[in-house]
Design a protein around this ligand. Structure first.
Ligand SMILES: *Cc1c(COP(=O)(O)O)cnc(C)c1O
Length: 843
């Protein structure tokens, strides 16, 4: 929290100076979408004001806008408005229309690509490309078009040297085409780069008016919260690119501002389209005459996004009305960012270690507010100096409804430099499977990315306070933490037993509880029928999960072994009978419902990054069943296991000899196990491990912690049910057990130190594979499909190991239990089976 004195001071300085009203009032009136949330991702896009949309809506409904390039009144209206707006946007940047032209493009990237394409075609001999290491990915990509060489300049000093070298160039070198590109402000660190380079480069390479070295300035990040001034055309970049949605929130549109003196490079652009030619001859002579009138006429192929351009009118108007000027926004956001930086950099753990490692350009970690935009990128460290995984923080932030961004933030050069990664490490990480947007947060002890918070015009004091309090609550260690992995006291003769068994026939949907008294088959791959099916998005082919579609929890599967069907039931909302659907358990069974719906087509589906071939139920009624309920186009699919032979043989009925129990065979695989030659741990759809085990005592302890926290002034939180953890096996302790020993106490988290266990009368041997890493999916109430904060909030505070939040153990039937021959007894488990764990040094 900010000190009241600090707050007072802030209020009296640049805070909201020049705004039409107090920021909190503006927020209430103009940004209803920000009401419940702490939005700190303005560098990606800032939200639009309500009046912008209302003004635009009135403009659209009050006018008839025709397609431009025609004589009709409606067309003329559109043309006139576009020309107006083009001028006004130039004025927004103090650009003289005599010296500059503005080309509407889809976004900053499209502007960059137009320049790169033009230079490639310019004089037939290609171009050389140099770019600053802080460049956005979209600038880096230009290098692939530069046939005459490319160079990444690794520091400002290197740019200065490069410019100095230009002056020494031979006339030949001066005559070759070159492009230098850089961002006016890094979208990653917020650092502002020198604007003087454009002028210096022009002066260094001027050879009597024949310009061959061009400058491309990416102002996309800078202009979102700052003024940008092109009034001195001689010092201006040749090409300037930006995206309007980053300034106004809407429309989705960008601009390329061309200094007319450099407009020649577009002369040889090869492509033409409707809009960019005056005449085209198609019979015989393949001739055309390009438009010569202006740069934008030559470049705006096809119909302009004219409604979007017209929206800029409303955007500008609203922006001026609410904020007065970009300078006001710059002062306001700069002030908040400076305070945020100060507060974050002063956060320390109980032992004095810093909590936030913030990216700045100086080794001292200083940040001159004048040289930075309102962007702060950092990684967190625990009290022992270990890195906290960025996606862990992002998950926790999501639970708290705080919106930040993590990853490499589209800034490959800047990020590598900040993280101290070398190219070889990057390639190694890639080979090891790291991809943009994944959860490989830390590889070889080094972070692979970072967290970014970025502010915008309507960010208020409260946003900053909420974020600081969040860091404080979850990531600042106030006292030495007891190592949660310390081997807990183990009672000599624990009385663990299987309290419940669940399988999840459809990934991410409801559970099927194995009835007590029923034995259920288990193999190396996991329990029979567990995650055998999934729902896939019909557009992307990706398996759906509860994180995105919490209502999946309400889809209730039931395995009816007698009838050989999987029955899927939806909750009854309409008062009519609950809807249900049946599919055959047999892979191919023409007699069952599946015959109608199981005309499956092969399709690839992504489950956790791996491509898996699935059988899709292509019947419209199946997809409608799920799509209507979840409100997303999806359908049911079945995953053949990686041991592809598993279902290839006809089903052979079991005759189970009732050796240990009086129960008949049960939840069985549809056929006998095949021998699997490999000894490694088989992993199916369940994607982390074959079987997940949790302990009732640990759930109880966790609930006590949740309650204690909420008593200590935390938020009011209810206890959570064990089923949010979606375990296959819940073990519990028999604390009375008829034993004469009084007071056998529960051993919460005892399972953390288990190395292996055996279950049941046959003492089936299981290996413990590791901790189960948790995400915010545990916050979805499995009965109602609604989200809350717990238990993730409490887990994140009390159950973090190596920067990861863990609860429960992944286990797997030991390789020694593999049945090599097809006639051996199936392995089974049932509720009530004894569980005998072994841990370090004890068997
Ligand atoms: C956002 C951004 C871009 C890319 O903008 P698009 O709208 O995605 O084309 C490029 N450079 C910088 C510095 C940015 O911040």
């Amino acid at each position: 929290m900010l000190e009241p004195a600090v707050k007072q001071q802030l209020y009296h300085s640049n805070y909201r100076k020049g705004y039409s009203d107090d920021v909190d009032v503006l927020r209430d009136l103009e940004y209803p979408s920000l009401k419940e949330t702490t939005y700190l991702d303005h560098a990606a896009t800032t939200p639009y004001a309500k009046s912008l949309i209302e003004t635009f809506s009135r403009d659209l409904t009050g006018n008839l806008f025709g397609n431009p390039h025609s004589a009709s009144l409606s067309s003329q209206l559109t043309t006139r408005r576009i020309e107006d707006i083009r001028l006004r946007m130039l004025q927004f940047f103090n650009a003289d229309p005599e010296a500059f032209d503005l080309v509407f493009v889809a976004n900053a990237t499209a502007g960059i690509k137009l320049v790169a394409d033009a230079l490639r075609d310019f004089d037939g001999s290609g171009f050389c490309y140099a770019y600053h290491v802080d460049s956005h990915t979209s600038l880096v990509g230009v290098r692939e078009l530069a046939e005459n060489g490319k160079k990444c300049l690794l520091s400002d000093a290197e740019v200065d040297r490069w410019i100095a070298d230009l002056e020494q160039d031979s006339p030949d070198e001066k005559a070759s085409t070159r492009l230098f590109a850089y961002p006016a402000q890094s979208n990653m660190t917020g650092r502002r780069l020198p604007l003087r380079w454009c002028k210096e480069i022009r002066e260094a390479t001027d050879s009597g008016g024949h310009q061959r070295t061009f400058t491309l300035l990416d102002v996309a990040s800078l202009v979102s919260t700052s003024p940008f001034d092109l009034s001195d055309a001689s010092a201006a970049p040749d090409f300037t690119v930006l995206s309007f949605y980053k300034i106004f929130g809407f429309p989705d549109l960008g601009a390329l501002i061309v200094r007319k003196g450099a407009g020649d490079i577009f002369q040889r652009r090869r492509y033409f389209g409707g809009g960019t030619v005056d005449m085209v001859v198609t019979h015989g002579d393949q001739w055309h005459a390009k438009k010569e009138s202006s740069v934008h006429d030559k470049l705006e192929d096809g119909t302009l996004p004219f409604h979007n351009i017209i929206a800029l009118d409303s955007a500008l108007q609203t922006h001026y009305r609410l904020y007065g000027s970009m300078a006001n926004i710059s002062a306001h956001t700069g002030l908040l960012a400076d305070e945020l930086f100060k507060q974050l950099s002063s956060k320390v753990h109980w032992n004095g270690r810093k909590v936030c490692h913030i990216f700045t350009s100086s080794a001292s970690g200083c940040r001159d507010p004048l040289n930075y935009g309102p962007i702060i990128t950092f990684n967190l460290q625990d009290s022992q100096g270990g890195w906290v995984g960025k996606s862990e923080v992002e998950k926790m932030a999501a639970v708290r409804n705080i919106q930040i961004r993590s990853g490499t933030l589209c800034n490959p050069g800047g990020m590598t430099a900040q993280l101290g990664l070398c190219d070889d490490e990057m390639k190694r990480n890639f080979a090891a499977g790291q991809r943009c947007g994944d959860e490989n947060d830390i590889i070889d002890g080094k972070p692979t990315g970072a967290l970014r918070v970025s502010l915008g015009a309507m960010t208020n004091m409260r946003d900053i306070e909420v974020f600081l309090a969040f860091i404080d609550e979850f990531y600042v260690e106030k006292a030495p933490e007891l190592d949660i992995l310390r081997v807990p006291m183990q009672v000599p003769d624990p009385n663990f037993y299987v309290e419940s068994l669940c399988v999840y026939p459809i990934k991410s949907c409801g559970s099927f509880k194995v009835a007590s008294g029923q034995r259920w088959e288990i193999r190396r791959e996991g329990f029979a029928w567990d995650r055998e099916w999934c729902l896939i998005h019909q557009g992307t082919g990706v398996a759906l999960n509860q994180k995105r579609y919490p209502r999946m929890a309400l889809i209730q599967p039931y395995i009816d072994l007698n009838r050989g069907v999987l029955r899927i039931t939806l909750p009854d909302h309409s008062g009519s009978d609950p809807q249900s659907l049946e599919v055959s358990l047999a892979k191919e069974d023409p007699d069952l419902v599946a015959a109608e719906i199981c005309r499956s087509s092969k399709k690839t589906s992504t489950v956790c990054g791996d491509l898996v071939t699935v059988q899709v139920y292509s019947s419209p009624s199946v997809s409608a069943f799920f799509s209507d309920f979840l409100n997303v186009p999806c359908t049911l699919a079945r995953f053949p296991p990686q041991t592809s032979t598993r279902y290839s043989k006809p089903r052979r009925p079991f005759v189970r000899k009732t050796k240990h129990t009086g129960n008949d065979m049960p939840g069985a695989f549809p056929e006998r196990p095949m021998s699997s030659p490999e000894r490694q741990n088989p992993i199916l759809l369940s994607n982390e491990s074959p079987v997940l085990l949790i302990s009732r005592s640990s759930v109880n302890r966790l609930n006590e912690t949740i309650k204690a926290n909420s008593k200590n002034g935390g938020r009011i939180s209810r206890a959570v049910a064990a089923d949010v953890f979606r375990a296959n096996i819940v073990v519990a302790e028999n604390t009375s057990n008829g034993s004469s020993l009084p007071n056998i106490v529960e051993q919460p988290y005892a399972e953390d130190s288990w190395m292996s266990l055996c279950i049941g009368p046959e003492r089936l041997q299981f290996d413990v594979l590791g901790h189960c890493q948790r995400c915010q999916m545990v916050c979805i109430d499995q009965l109602t499909g609604t989200r809350s904060e717990e238990p993730f909030s409490t887990l994140a505070k009390h159950r973090r190991v190596d920067g990861k939040v863990v609860f429960g153990r992944h286990i797997c039937l030991s390789a020694d239990e593999r049945s090599d021959d097809n006639f051996s007894e199936p392995k089974t488990i049932m509720v009530g089976d004894t569980v005998i764990p072994s841990w370090d040094g004890r068997v």
